[in-house]
Design a protein around this ligand. Structure first.
Ligand code: CMX
Length: 142
């Protein structure tokens, strides 16, 4: 684990949530995309000077998505904690060797072309843990 990449929050309405976080907390939206495979519309918000972990707002793009199911069951709120890793396959293998269930056999596409996998929340103390291998690591992107 290299650090916290982002914290993900499930929301019903992405545009309304972006406006709320801007008005209430002064957070700036720095990236938006739709991830068809994950069935989400998402926004990344910079916190403070933008150098630290981001806040990710996740809204359902279709009714059978993981975010739609989460909203139905739990309502809006914290959905995931994501860590930056250098190599998502190596990190997943290490966690599997410690007895955790990874949701995917091979990494899938995450935000901005990152490679991602997840630890099942039941194996991680009730927290959905995402592993994120960015396209370029933060200290290489400047
Ligand atoms: N955090 C904590 N616990 C969670 C959870 C979450 N986000 N989602 C489900 N759970 C809990 C449920 O409350 C339930 O607990 P109980 O059995 O005690 O009631 C249990 O996990 C259900 O587990 P399940 O039946 O195996 O799985 P679900 O159908 O509820 O789906 C999960 C859960 C994590 C497998 C699914 O949400 C998933 O595949 N997530 C990964 C993909 C994802 O989240 N995509 C959206 C974000 C995309 C991105 O970040 O880029």
């Amino acid at each position: 684990m290299l650090g916290i990449d982002h914290v993900g929050i499930a929301v019903a309405d992405l545009d309304a949530a972006i406006a709320f976080y801007a008005d209430a907390f002064g957070m700036r939206c720095v990236h938006q995309e739709t991830n068809e495979e994950q069935g989400v519309r998402e926004a990344m918000l910079a916190v403070g000077d933008g150098t630290g972990p981001r806040l990710q707002l996740l809204a359902p793009a279709r009714p059978d998505s993981a975010i739609a199911k989460f909203l139905d069951r739990s309502g809006p709120g914290l959905q995931q904690l994501a860590y930056t890793v250098a190599d998502v396959e190596a990190a997943a293998d290490a966690l599997r060797a410690r007895g955790m269930r990874l949701l995917y056999d091979t990494p899938r596409r995450g935000t901005a072309g990152s490679r991602i996998n997840f630890v099942h929340p039941k194996d991680a103390g009730g927290v959905l843990v995402e592993l994120v291998e960015p396209v370029s690591l933060p200290d290489e992107s400047s």
